[in-house]
Ligand binder design. Structure first.
Ligand SMILES: NC(=O)C1=CN([C@@H]2O[C@H](COP(=O)(O)OP(=O)(O)OC[C@H]3O[C@@H](n4cnc5c(N)ncnc54)[C@H](OP(=O)(O)O)[C@@H]3O)[C@@H](O)[C@H]2O)C=CC1
Ligand SMILES: CC(C)(CO)C(=O)C(=O)O
Length: 322
C-alpha cells in the first residue's frame, strides 16, 4: 500500500511521520520552502514524546507521481487550496483512487466528489503546528491525535478499512465512523474558536464570544436539519485516554491552524469555518452576526498581513451589545 500525503504542513507532516514510523510507504506533495527543507534535511517532527527527523519521497506536484489504482490520497491542505489541488490530481491521471479529506470544515468532500467518485472524510482531532519550513509539531500524548474515518456522504468501506489499518498501532489512533460528516460538523462547531483565537490571541478570555458563535451555529445547523455530534473533549472519552496536551520544550506557539496561517502570512481558511455558519444562516434566513464579524475580521487581517492576536475583541462585544 502507498499513501500520498498532499500538502505537507502541520497535519500532513504529523500524518507522514506517523505512517513512516509505522512502516507504510509515503509520498509527500509539498511546495515552497517546506518542499526545499524536506528534500534537504527531511521533516523534523516534535511532540511531547517524539523528536525525530523523517525522510520520505517528496514531490512538487501530482504530475510527478505515477499513480497506482490502490493509492490512498490524503488531502492535507487548507480548504481554500483544495480545488486547484483536486484539479492537479485529475490532470495527473487520478480517477477512481480513494481520496480522503483530512481537513476541517465540511466543504472539501463535496468539492472532491464533483471531480472524483471515491471520496472519504476524516475528522482530524490533532492539535498541530507548522510555523517554520521543515519543522512541525504535534502537541498531544500518548498519541498525536485521533481520526474518525468514513465514506462520504456516509457509511464505511474497504478503503476506510485500509486507511485505518495503515494507522493501526501508529502515533495516530484511527476509528471507523458510519456517519463521519456528523463528526465533522461537530468539529466545525469547535473550530469556531479558530477565528476568535487567530484574531484576539490564544490567551484571551473569549468564552462569551465562542458561546455566542456556537449558539448561532446550532440554530443554523438545526434549520437545515444537519446532524452534528459533540466531539469536544468533555463529550468524547477517547480524548482523555489518547490525547492529553503535553509540553514541548522551547517551541513557540501562536494558537490553532488559522492563527498559524496569519503568523506565516498566508491565506486563511476562515470562509470555510466561521464562514460556513454564515453561509448556512444566509441560506436559512437566520442572522449570524458573530460568525459574520469574525469571518470578515480574520479575512481582513490576512489581506493586511496582520499578526495573530493583534485585534481587540471589544469591537465585536460592542457590536453585539448594540
Ligand atoms: N493545524 C492543526 O492543528 C489542525 C489542522 N486541521 C485542518 O487540517 C487541514 C490542514 O491544516 P494544516 O496542516 O494546519 O495546514 P498547513 O498550512 O500547516 O499545511 C498545509 C500545507 O499544504 C501546502 N499546500 C497547499 N496547497 C498545496 C499544493 N497545491 N501543493 C503542495 N502543497 C500545498 C501548504 O503550502 P503553503 O504553506 O505554501 O500554503 C502547506 O504547507 C486544514 O483543513 C486544517 O483546518 C485539523 C486539525 C488540527
Ligand atoms: C481544534 C484544533 C486546534 C486542533 O484539533 C484545530 O482543529 C485547529 O487548529 O484547526
Amino acid at each position: 500500500m502507498r499513501v500520498i500525503v498532499y500538502g505537507v504542513g502541520a497535519i500532513g507532516g504529523a500524518v507522514a511521520a506517523a505512517l513512516c514510523d509505522n512502516g507504510v510507504g509515503v509520498v509527500g506533495i509539498a511546495r515552497g520552502r517546506m518542499l526545499e527543507a524536506i528534500r534537504e534535511r527531511g521533516l523534523h517532527l516534535r511532540s511531547p514524546v517524539h523528536d525525530k527527523v523523517h525522510r520520505f519521497e517528496c514531490v512538487a506536484k501530482p504530475a510527478e507521481i505515477s499513480f497506482r489504482g490502490d493509492d490512498l490520497i490524503l488531502m492535507c491542505m487548507k480548504t481554500q487550496d483544495t480545488l486547484p489541488a483536486l484539479e492537479a490530481l485529475r490532470a495527473a491521471g487520478v480517477t477512481t483512487q480513494a481520496i480522503f479529506c483530512l481537513q476541517n470544515g465540511v466543504a472539501n468532500e463535496r468539492m472532491a466528489l464533483r471531480l472524483f467518485p471515491n471520496v472519504h472524510g476524516v475528522t482530524v482531532m490533532l492539535p498541530g503546528s507548522y510555523l517554520d519550513p521543515g519543522e512541525v509539531a504535534a502537541f498531544c500524548e500518548p498519541k498525536f491525535g485521533l481520526f474518525d474515518i468514513g465514506r462520504f456522504p456516509n457509511g464505511t468501506d474497504a478503503h476506510d478499512k485500509r486507511l485505518a489499518k495503515a494507522f493501526d498501532g501508529s502515533m495516530i489512533a484511527p476509528f471507523l465512523h458510519e456517519d463521519v460528516m456528523a463528526s465533522k460538523y461537530g468539529k466545525l462547531v469547535l473550530n469556531l474558536q479558530n477565528g476568535l483565537t487567530a484574531a484576539f490571541g490564544k490567551d484571551a478570555e473569549l468564552d462569551d464570544l465562542y458561546q455566542a458563535a456556537k449558539t448561532e451555529a446550532v440554530a443554523a445547523l438545526e434549520a437545515h436539519g444537519i446532524t452534528w455530534q459533540d466531539v469536544s473533549a468533555s463529550a468524547d472519552p477517547r480524548r482523555d485516554d489518547l490525547m492529553r496536551m503535553g509540553k514541548i520544550e522551547g517551541l513557540k506557539t501562536v494558537g490553532g491552524s488559522t492563527a498559524q496561517s496569519l503568523a506565516r502570512g498566508g491565506s486563511v481558511e476562515i470562509d470555510y469555518l466561521s464562514g460556513e455558519i454564515s453561509l448556512l444562516g444566509r441560506l436559512a434566513g437566520i442572522t449570524t452576526p458573530v460568525n459574520d464579524a469574525v469571518t470578515a475580521l480574520v479575512a481582513e487581517m490576512a489581506r493586511e498581513g496582520r499578526a495573530p492576536g493583534s485585534a481587540d475583541p471589544e469591537v465585536i462585544r460592542r457590536m453585539l451589545a448594540g
